[in-house]
Write a protein that binds this ligand. Structure first.
Ligand SMILES: [Zn+2]
Length: 162
């Protein structure tokens, strides 16, 4: 059996037993931006359930144009007022340069490498808080998830001034 066939077999059992969520608006008015790293189980790590949060993932969990695109819809259309940006320890984007990542991949792209987690989180949260069309956002938090202990470090917090 191929891996793809295994996925489809697993889906049969899932579809038979799944919980149905009718409302597309995240129940906790929450969006999580985090890394695609396979070691992070976002819902379990944060005590979330199906239907409660948007999860936007990319390499590094950085705020890119495509993250802004998704958050425009989260905040303006789907009721999200809180964002958590969660980077993690042992990330493949930490401690490397754009030049190294371009050489590694052959892709002439900006990879948003992370030199320092706190600085990168502050930079990304600054961008989110300063983006005019994200004005429905009231709270933005920056976390670092430890992939070895499962613990989260609460690093940066922004709240919209009253
Ligand atoms: Zn990562």
């Amino acid at each position: 059996m191929t891996y793809i066939a295994e996925l489809l077999v697993a889906n049969e059992a899932y579809a038979a037993a799944r919980a149905n969520v009718a409302d597309p608006r995240p129940g906790r008015r929450l969006a999580i931006v985090t890394c695609m790293d396979a070691r992070i189980d976002v819902f379990a790590a944060l005590g979330l359930h199906l239907g409660e949060a948007h999860v936007i993932r990319n390499a590094g969990g950085r705020v890119t144009d495509d993250v802004l695109r998704s958050l425009a819809l989260s905040s303006q259309v789907l009721g999200v007022d809180t964002v958590v940006v969660m980077q993690h320890t042992k990330c493949g984007l930490a401690g490397v340069t754009d030049e190294e990542l371009r050489a590694l991949t052959g892709a002439d792209l900006g990879f948003f490498p992370i030199d320092d987690h706190a600085a990168a989180l502050r930079e990304d949260i600054e961008m989110l808080s300063a983006t005019p069309y994200l004005e429905p956002l009231e709270v933005i938090a920056g976390f670092v998830y430890d992939v070895e202990s499962g613990e989260i470090e609460d690093v940066v917090r922004w709240e919209r001034p009253a």
